[in-house]
Write a protein that binds this ligand. Structure first.
Ligand code: GLU
Length: 300
């Protein structure tokens, strides 16, 4: 009888350097880190620096420094996504060659009247049958078969890509590789076996699974953790004015992140060392406490 080699656990935290690490991202980092540690896995830090127009000078260094200061220990060197550029380009070329993807000349204004769906404007398929040569984006051809996955916390998620969002961009008009393609290629080449990230990316996952299928990649498991919100329910993000987390009180902030993740660290544990807080967290991590939880009010 053939036995399958068990897949070694590899997790990752993949911030985009669009600003300093805010509390919501710290919570996502803590969850993915603990999930990797309790599975005796590797945990990678990947800085997703492939969108220079959206990047903020110095943000990568600031994020790395903050994570270090909070006691995170990633395996291997920090990975900069821009260094896998050739793999992104190869995957793109393969998708075009197998006619899973095609050039599209539509501009934003061409699509302004397109119907809206749950994933934004639904691409009406204008360039599917061909387009004039010239500056183009590249879209992935979708269909209406069900793309489904079982999120460990959020349950079964199902999308029909063609009717819910239509063919989507995998390489932008300015030549930059789009997030969905880059993330899928990198997760594959880095052997990521489980993705733990914020629920704001839940809607993106079926598109990423579809890409994995088109590229014949392994499918990682997915866990989408609740977003941290302001009291009015809006997501903590740079756009809603969430500040970068301070380097001044890492123990207090880390304990707050654990409490927000519904773990129950003992009172006054913030008076112990960071190492003790982390070892308590590893010994007591219970992902299940976040079952079906979609949002958590920022406790600060
Ligand atoms: N780089 C993305 C972000 O900062 C996250 C990518 C992912 O976790 O898949 O929002």
């Amino acid at each position: 009888m053939q036995t399958r080699e068990p897949v070694p656990y590899v997790g990752r935290f993949a911030p985009s350097p669009t600003g300093p690490l805010h509390f919501g991202s710290l919570v996502a980092a803590v969850a993915s880190y603990l999930q990797a540690r309790v599975n005796s896995g590797r945990w990678l830090l990947r800085i997703e620096d492939i969108d220079p127009p959206r990047e903020q000078a110095g943000a990568s260094e600031q994020i790395i420094e903050t994570l270090q200061h909070y006691g995170f220990e990633w395996d291997g060197d920090v990975i900069f996504q821009s260094t896998s550029f050739e793999s992104h380009e190869e995957a793109l070329a393969l998708l075009v060659e197998q006619q899973s993807a095609y050039p599209c000349r539509c501009s934003r204004s061409d699509l302004a009247d397109a119907k809206r769906g749950p994933l934004g404007r639904i691409y009406p398929g204008t360039c599917r049958a061909g387009s004039e040569p010239g500056e183009s984006s590249i879209r992935l051809r979708t269909n209406n078969s069900e793309i489904a996955f079982d999120d460990i916390l959020q349950g079964r998620i199902v999308q029909r890509l063609e009717s819910e969002g239509g063919d989507f961009v995998i390489c932008r008009r300015d030549g930059l590789i789009a997030y969905h393609l880059a993330v899928v290629v990198d997760d594959e080449i880095q052997g990521v076996s489980e993705v733990v990230r914020g629920i704001d990316l839940l809607d993106s996952t079926p598109r990423q699974i579809y890409l994995q299928q088109q590229l014949n990649y392994r499918l990682p498991g997915y866990i989408h953790i609740p977003v941290i919100t302001h009291q009015d329910g809006s997501k903590l993000s740079k756009l809603t004015g969430a500040p970068g987390i301070s380097l001044r009180e890492p123990k207090k902030t880390l304990v707050r992140a654990l409490r927000d993740l519904r773990q129950e660290p003992p009172p006054n544990i913030e008076q112990s060392s960071l190492a003790i807080i982390w070892s308590w967290a590893e010994e007591n991590w219970q992902l299940g406490k976040l079952f079906e939880c979609k949002a958590i009010f920022n406790s600060a």
